[in-house]
Design a protein around this ligand. Structure first.
Ligand code: 8ID
Ligand code: ZN
Length: 351
């Protein structure tokens, strides 16, 4: 039985305080074809949700906004006249950032569904997972394999998928060095593990004893504390035998993590831009970008296939999200910790 209302964390307007309140649940008979209603089990909190709540970005989120885009729930209703649904009632599925795409435009046909001209984004253009029920879309929810814990799966749907794809396109091969600025955060700690799965040698950059331990425990070969290091470029070069790293996947929420990345890459290296500070420009020497044949690539979440692959690797136990479980009502303090850089790994909220 689906209740009339649910608890949800609502951002009334950009930058305003979060309100935990009762919100009406869309009735099953109101669902459009292709929509499904999920009863949520849990949801991770991504730094993107904080950017969206604060209005950090040049593209604004809808308001009022229910944020959240890495959650797991059960399908409890499917819109009437939904054709060829890949999921059925009772299935356990994940919601990712890309809530829906047309599947027919040039971007979708090329597998760049996240760049679809009519993409819908969970917790940004449509309400997301910070509520007990969520309306999502049958074509884009990700089936969660039986036996894979919902709490462990939640943050794979954004943090996991995003770094999995960024590493996949990082133009690296087995044995290469990969630098991970932001390695102690939600995305970064998963990046260490997905890098290891591909046989890469991760160099973690972040700050503090807790994040150092997390990164080293997860298999980083070295940790550079960006608050303590006198020269990050020299440190990376010393670790990599003087030549620099083959790639860097930058997942910091502040532009500082991008500084010097081109300088510590070796010739032919690839910079994967993932962290999303809203206003900063990417500063790199044009001369050395050319002279060293450096590639600079933006990497934006992942498509349905990336989600399947990232989930499969985690379900087989090869990567593991390190999370702390809290109540939905603690979201404001989670954001505070995140803004202060105090969250090592992820926070997952339960309902
Ligand atoms: O598709 C995408 N490209 C995508 C998907 C998901 C998230 C992008 N993101 C973006 C988010 O919007 C955010 O801007 O990636 C960024 C990181 O998200 P997150 O991992 O959820 O954030 P976090 O848990 O706060 O981790 C960030 C880490 O960066 C460290 C912090 O200490 C923290 O551990 N950090 C900072 I801030 N400055 C640093 C620096 N100069 C740094 N680490 C190294 N060097
Ligand atoms: Zn995210």
């Amino acid at each position: 039985q689906i209740p009339e209302t649910m608890k949800a964390a609502v951002v009334p307007q950009s930058g305003a305080a979060i309100e935990i309140k009762d919100v009406r649940i869309k009735r099953p008979e109101e669902l459009a074809p292709g929509e499904c209603l999920l009863k949520m089990i849990c949801t991770g909190v991504c730094h993107t949700d904080l950017h969206a709540a604060l209005g950090d970005w040049p593209v604004p989120a809808k308001t009022p906004l229910i944020g959240g885009h890495e959650g797991v729930g059960i399908v409890v209703a499917i819109g009437a006249n939904t054709a060829n649904s890949p999921v059925k009632m009772g299935d356990r599925v994940g919601v990712k950032w890309l809530a829906d795409s047309c599947l027919n435009c040039e971007q979708c046909r090329n597998g760049r569904e996240q760049n679809c001209y009519s993409a819908q984004l969970s917790g940004f253009t449509v309400d997301g997972t910070f509520s007990e029920y969520v309306v999502s879309f049958v074509n884009h929810v990700t089936p969660i394999p039986e036996g894979f814990d919902s709490y462990a799966a939640a943050s794979i749907l954004c943090a996991g998928v995003t770094v999995y794809r960024a590493i996949k396109y990082s133009q690296t091969s087995t044995g290469d060095w990969i630098v991970l600025p932001g390695a102690g955060g939600g995305l970064g700690h998963m990046a260490i593990q997905y890098a290891k799965v591909r046989g890469l040698r991760p160099i973690a950059i972040d700050t503090g004893a807790e994040k150092r331990k997390l990164c080293m425990d997860l298999g980083a070969e070295a940790f550079i504390d960006f608050m303590e290091s006198k020269d990050i470029v020299a440190d990376v070069k010393a670790i990599t035998g003087g030549r620099g790293a083959h790639s860097a996947v930058v997942t910091t929420a502040s532009p500082s993590g991008y500084t010097q990345a081109v300088d510590y890459l070796r010739a032919g290296g690839t910079l994967m831009a993932v962290g999303l500070p809203g206003k900063a420009g990417l500063e790199a020497s044009i001369f050395f970008t050319v002279f060293k044949s450096i590639s600079i690539l933006g990497s934006y979440v992942g498509n349905r296939q990336d989600a399947y692959e990232a989930i499969d690797i985690a379900a087989r136990g090869l990567v593991e999200c390190k999370y702390v479980c809290q109540e939905l009502s603690t979201l404001t303090s989670v954001y505070k910790g995140m803004a202060e850089g105090k969250v090592a790994g992820r926070i997952v909220l339960k309902f």
